[in-house]
Design a protein around this ligand. Structure first.
Ligand code: HXC
Length: 262
């Protein structure tokens, strides 16, 4: 339940859609260790809830998240960071959550906030959203995948410039460069579009949706030849699902598919 969390809010704003709203407004949703723990717990719960078919992570109109918690990190030593595998559990959502996660980004998405958005499967944002990897200004580097995922998303030239200068880029640029799938003029229209997309995804076959996420994400790790082989294997496997029969029979009979949600 939502009231068991201190730094996030959890809701089901539409049928089959789970939403986590980062809720540490005084610190612009700075991602502290306790916040990340709550986020992971909430996402695991959605992953384990059969009725949920898509997940949204969002913040406020002012900030998606202004980064890792600088006040928490300031006294950190190398030994502590190393021994505790600091930040490792941030990427838990990329392995333990098989359902699609959409990041709805308004306002600041800086440092770890930008990286959290990049860990999601799909980014929607406002045109005025403020993305960036400003770690260089703090004497560190992106540590939650930014140097890898941002570079994959926008190419080495732009990523190198952004990471070396710490300069931000707008939501409009994020869309133009392919970081975000779409951008919207304000927070309200962003949330409506995000909910509509999440609802659409959640209305499809669970097996097919999970397989789509799996194969598209594989493209980030594999070369095209291996990736296409991988895709074909997963494609073949879907002919063993009930939903393939339901979906194709419905088309042939001109009916609406009623998924088994196996
Ligand atoms: C802790 C933060 C914070 C952060 C903001 N706050 N960002 N606290 N960690 N990352 C706090 C401020 O200290 C302040 O608290 C309150 O939130 C409001 O912020 P202001 O700075 O007063 O707001 P504003 O002037 O509007 O500026 C917004 C801002 C700025 C441009 C986003 O706050 C900012 O530059 N924040 C830091 C962004 C950043 O460097 N992120 C990367 C972090 S490193 P008080 O108590 O003073 O009111 C990182 C590493 C990732 O993410 C690697 C591994 C995960």
């Amino acid at each position: 339940a939502s009231d068991s969390y201190e730094f996030i809010k959890v809701s089901e704003p539409r049928a089959r859609v789970g939403q986590v709203t980062l809720n540490r407004p005084k610190a612009l949703n700075a991602l502290s260790t306790p916040l990340i723990k709550e986020l992971n717990t909430a996402l695991r719960a959605f992953q384990g809830t059969p009725s949920i078919g898509a997940i949204i992570i969002t913040g406020s109109a002012r900030a998606f998240a202004a980064g890792a918690d600088i006040k928490e990190m300031a006294p950190l030593t190398f030994s502590r960071a190393y021994l505790d595998s600091f930040i490792e559990n941030w990427s838990e959502l990329t392995t333990s959550v098989k359902k699609p996660i959409i990041a709805a980004v308004s306002g600041h998405a800086l440092g770890g906030g930008c990286e959290l958005a990049l860990m999601c499967d799909l980014i929607y944002c406002t045109t005025s959203a403020n993305f960036g990897q400003p770690e260089i200004k703090l004497g560190i580097i992106p540590g939650a995948g930014g140097s890898q995922r941002l570079t994959k998303a926008i190419g080495k030239a732009k990523a190198m410039e952004l990471i070396l200068t710490g300069k931000s880029f707008s939501g409009e640029e994020a869309e133009k460069w392919g970081v975000a799938a779409r951008s919207y003029p304000d927070h309200e229209s962003l949330m409506k579009a995000t909910l509509d997309t999440a609802e659409t995804i959640a209305s499809y076959s669970r097996v097919a949706v999970q397989a789509c996420k799996e194969v598209v994400n594989k493209s980030q790790d594999l070369g095209v030849r291996d990736g296409v082989d991988y895709e074909r294997r997963v494609f073949h496997s879907l002919f063993g699902s009930i939903d393939q029969k339901i979906g194709m029979t419905a088309f042939v009979e001109k009916k609406k598919a009623e998924w088994f949600h196996e």
